[in-house]
Design a protein around this ligand. Structure first.
Ligand code: ADP
Length: 241
């Protein structure tokens, strides 16, 4: 699913937090939305998700306008840092949740649900933990389950907001490899927000660098690294978290 963003702007009260954002993201890419805290990344992601309305501009998925569509009609999946798993449900039931709450005529059969959840569990290599509860998993395992849960409903677009932010560096590194692997196997388009340069440059096909509500640069990790478009990008890349 390609994503076109045209002239999006957004203010909260009198403060403008997004200025005329234009992006054309080809289908199937893993896009890192990178910038310091307060640069507008989450707001842009929420507008793409349909969780927040822009004050102007348009969004198209594969050429079809979705600007006024409600989040549930955009077929997007989410993984948020604090969007916890359901504590009282097993790993299996957490992943199956989005399928099992569908209206009856759209709901896959119990067998189909078993199969789909089973193959996702295999992909994230947690089949042996299907009957555990979230409290019995490590933080990294929990976020793998969160990824599988978001993907179970076959979203056209996966949006991730600092998905691994709460975890330590080693686990984060491992999780971004998981994200890359799932992305390559299942062929969806995803945008993930991060303030961590290394994270964005390590796994993205394209990086969008934001500063103060504007896009500073968009390009492959190599482009960004080798030819920073502005002093801001150069200095931001040089910062260590
Ligand atoms: P980032 O994700 O890059 O940290 P955000 O999109 O969260 O940036 O925030 C951009 C700016 O918008 C910040 O100055 C933030 O304080 C402000 N902001 C975000 N959400 C709201 C809101 N619901 N009400 C008022 N201001 C907000």
């Amino acid at each position: 699913m390609s994503i076109q963003i045209e002239g999006i702007h957004k203010s909260f009260g009198k403060t403008r937090v997004l200025h005329d954002i234009n992006l054309d993201l080809p289908s199937g890419q893993l896009v890192g939305l990178l910038g310091p805290s307060g640069s507008g990344k989450t707001t842009l992601l929420r507008i793409i998700a349909g969780l927040e309305q822009a004050n102007g501009g348009r969004i198209h998925f594969n050429g079809t306008e979705v600007t006024d569509l409600h989040a549930r009609d955009r077929q997007v999946g989410f993984v948020f840092q604090h969007y916890a798993l359901f504590r009282h449900m097993t790993v299996f039931d957490n992943i199956a949740f989005g399928l099992s709450i569908r209206p009856k005529r759209e709901r896959p059969s119990t067998n189909d649900i078993k199969q789909r959840v089973g193959s996702l569990l295999e992909m994230i290599q947690l089949s042996h933990l299907a009957d555990r509860f979230p409290a019995q998993l490590s933080g990294g395992q929990r976020q793998r389950v969160a990824l599988a849960r978001a993907l179970a409903v076959e979203p056209r677009v996966l949006l991730l907001d600092e998905p691994f932010g709460a975890l330590d560096a080693q686990v984060r590194k491992e999780l971004r490899r998981w994200l890359r692997r799932l992305h390559d196997e299942l062929h969806f388009t995803s945008i993930f927000v991060t303030h961590d340069q290394e994270e964005a440059l390590d796994v993205s096909d394209q990086v969008v660098v934001m500063s103060q509500g504007r896009v500073e640069q968009i390009g492959s990790p190599d482009d960004i690294w080798q030819q920073p478009a502005s002093r801001f990008v150069l200095e931001f890349l040089g910062e260590v978290n």
